[in-house]
Design a protein around this ligand. Structure first.
Ligand code: IPE
Ligand code: IPE
Ligand code: MG
Length: 254
């Protein structure tokens, strides 16, 4: 199995990590930022091309205002404090998610992070912020519908590739591996479309306890997986090699 190009992580369990220590939830989020730094560095050291981190979901706005405010504060602090370091590590920062209704100071910081690091050629760090797959798909569908309504696009020209091209991730390969920490086994509205053939790894550690060693172990586990994408592996196909009658069935559209 070749190396993963793109790993996406659902950084979960900050609140429970704090609770287990009798600390307020925000202490877990702060510890989570330290883990984030360590994993970004580990990914860069591994030569990974794309690392996507789920930082704040479109549903996380339903949390108490105090927690939302603290999370926004931590994001701002992270960009202000870490941008120069990320830049010096040759990391290219990109943000996915909706920018609508975000506070203007946050929007400016996100833009600054992207612009300043745009020419970097190392790891691409994709931060999913105010991101939800259903919202992303709805925004993409709206663009397609507008093109159809304006007569620029025929409904029959809508393909899976075209839908993918209308998503925030149109420039990123689908994730090879999706890791979720804290033992929860769900996607929580993360990369639903893009995860069609991703490998999954659910780590029991809360995010603040997730160390580079766990990250490297996840990559080792990925290497043991067999990906088929609905077809057969080269090894499995060998069983058919002497069998000239066997023609692979092909899905035909329509
Ligand atoms: C992940 O940790 C961080 C965000 C969702 C922003 P949580 O805050 O979800 O922590 P738990 O899941 O409640 O422990
Ligand atoms: C997913 O975690 C969102 C992020 C990690 C940013 P949640 O903690 O919001 O997910 P649920 O609510 O447990 O499904
Ligand atoms: Mg959670």
């Amino acid at each position: 199995m070749s190396d993963p190009r793109h790993i996406a992580i659902i950084m979960d369990g900050n609140g429970r990590w704090a609770k287990a220590r009798g600390l307020p939830r925000v202490a877990g989020h702060k510890a989570g930022v330290d883990t984030l730094r360590a994993i970004v560095r580990a990914a860069g050291d591994k030569g990974l091309e794309f690392l996507t981190l789920f930082a704040f979901s479109s549903e996380n706005w339903t949390r108490p205002t105090s927690e939302v405010t603290e999370l926004m504060g931590l994001l701002k602090l992270f960009i202000r404090r870490d941008l120069s370091k990320l830049h010096s590590q040759n990391v290219r920062v990109r943000i996915i998610g909706s920018r609508e209704d975000l506070a203007s100071d946050i929007c400016s910081l996100l833009e600054e992070a992207e612009t300043r690091t745009a020419a970097n050629t190392g790891l691409t760090l994709v931060i999913a912020f105010n991101y939800g797959s259903r919202d992303e798909l709805a925004r993409g569908m709206r663009k397609i519908a507008e093109d159809v309504a304006a007569g620029r696009l025929k409904p029959e020209a809508i393909t899976a590739e075209m839908i993918a091209s209308k998503l925030d991730t149109d420039w990123i390969p689908d994730p090879d591996l999706i890791i979720r920490t804290s033992g929860e086994m769900r996607l929580s509205n993360f990369l639903l479309w893009q995860a069609a053939y991703s490998e999954f790894l659910f780590a029991p550690e809360y995010w603040p306890d997730f160390k580079p060693a766990h990250f490297y172990a996840a990559i080792d586990e990925y290497h043991k997986r067999v990906r088929r994408f609905g077809g057969l592996t080269t090894e499995e196909l060998q069983d058919f090699s002497g069998d000239s009658d066997v023609v692979p069935l092909r899905h035909t559209a329509g």
